[in-house]
Write a protein that binds this ligand. Sequence first.
Ligand SMILES: Cc1cc2nc3c(=O)[nH]c(=O)nc-3n(C[C@H](O)[C@H](O)[C@H](O)COP(=O)(O)O)c2cc1C
Length: 357
Amino acid sequence: MVNRRSVMAGLACAAVMRPQQSFAATAATYEDAVRATWAPLRTEGGFEEIVRYATLAANSHNTQPWRFTLGPRSMAIAPDLLRRCPAVDPNDHHLFVSLGCAAENLTHAALALGLRPTLRFEGSAITADLENASVQQSPLLAAIPRRQSTRAVYDGRPVANDLLRELERAGTGEGVAILLITDRKQMAAITDYVVEGNTTQMRDQRFMEELKAWMRFNEGEAVATMDGLFSRTSGNPALPRWLARPLLPFVFTERGENDKYRASIGSSAGLAVFVAEHDDAAHWVEVGRACQRFALLATSLGLKYAFVNQPVEVPRLRAQLATYLDLGARLPDLVVRFGTGPELPKSLRRPVAQVIA
Ligand SMILES: Cc1cc2nc3c(=O)[nH]c(=O)nc-3n(C[C@H](O)[C@H](O)[C@H](O)COP(=O)(O)O)c2cc1C
């Protein structure tokens, strides 16, 4: 049995590691690390607890590409450029979307601690000015520790129209529109873009090397770094690295993955495409906020969601998808699927001390 002290020792140990390092042995088990990461909000925890809740947001490859700075009445979220993904995200589009997701969580956590945040984006950082307010606890706050990107096959059940309208409202942001697509023919057409994007990416050596660098093949690796894509969070088994690496080319194949994308989108109730008015960092942050709000509302309604973002990540397909969706001069920023499905194991987050500058 691992006690609280050894959990903290393990997390402190993880805190000093570099992102891609893999240490097999730390004191904390994966289950302990999940409990520590996803613990309910401790309202007595102050600004650091707001930061912890912000880090529970969705973020590309689970790189957690953020640095938080705390002021007496404010906090700022800036990019951690050491955690960029130049192959999949050369212009930091996903990085700024990830910061926006964190900013959305931050607003709900701050309100729950009696602080009203006013957000602004300046330079490359999001600053939240905080003023005293009455405590507000919303269903979206309660959904923060329950949300996950669920890369499973769903059960195919449709979502009722009134809930779709609620999701649409939650996913609309400042300068950000959401398109909800539930028509099967349109979903099939977008699936073709996902499959073509996945094929392009799996044939791109730089993309694959970067992706593999963020893969965590077993609990030990996931806990050692507290970041990255742990195999079990995608419904895959945990394996020792010496076995997983040579097996990867046989089990992680273009055809196998494309079949999975067809099955998983086919099992979903619909797709949501987020579209900003302009293709710049300020709008990408707003896209992140809108998507995170959508995800939190979906979670509170008992729904699951997962990103199928390949058509946005391959520039040629991003332009084609824009034409297909008749977006004019705008471009799609995110593609996610949603529906009813099972819970998968949770991803981890680095401890707060590691993300405060
Ligand atoms: C901008 C952005 C792009 C993402 N793209 C993908 C994607 O293409 N495929 C995928 O499976 N997950 C994608 N994700 C989900 C992240 O991998 C996920 O949020 C991260 O691993 C943490 O897991 P969690 O959301 O379950 O907490 C994306 C997330 C963000 C914010």
